[in-house]
Design a protein around this ligand. Sequence first.
Ligand code: TMP
Length: 227
Amino acid sequence: MNPSFIVVEGLEGAGKSSVIELIRGFLVSKGHEVECTREPGGTPMAEAIRECVKQTWDEVVTQETELLLMYAARSQLVENKIKPAMAANKWVIGDRHDMSSVAYQGGGRGIDLSVLSALRTMTLGSFEPDLVLYLDVEPSVGLARAKGRGELDRIELSGLTFFENARKTYKKLVSASDKAMEINAMQTMDAVHCDVTIALQKWYATYLQTHTPDAAERNVTKASGVR
Ligand code: TMP
């Protein structure tokens, strides 16, 4: 079976880390080797970009700089880590991926989506996740959780309207995609984990049906009209 790239998305304080652990456990229980990544970050250079983009500077950080750094980090991660892991038959779980850029830099900062689309084509081509689990949380709830963990960084200090716009964009993207699912992350952690497990089990069953060698053969036979 081909390995998959599964991404967890959501605003700050949505609870991505514990959901990633849950998914990792699920995949390991199915016998898969799993690698976890995060964005921006996940390679030495991309981690340096992460530091750079999150810290506060004594100069204006333009939204163009922020956007380009996100795609620079993503390109490093996909080419140096995600694709090689998948080629070695490992399943990859991403803490954020391209949908974050559309939500934060597109929705939040207001950068034209055609610019993002051009950058995506240049850096990723047709590479995309097989499944995106979006953890939906109201910005005020998520930011309060993030504040409880420590001081907010440059992006986290962008204000409520920024996060409200990012959330609106996330919700639009998820409802327009057949590869993304929304989970209500304002419930208790147990309830969130229960919803994630149900969504994952359902997705995995369908994935098995369409991605085992037998299923691939059935699809070829069907397409060529041979019975
Ligand atoms: P986090 O991984 O701790 O959530 O931190 C990543 C921060 O970077 C978070 O504030 C979201 C932001 N971000 C973007 O603005 N655009 C992106 O494309 C990505 C991947 C992250």
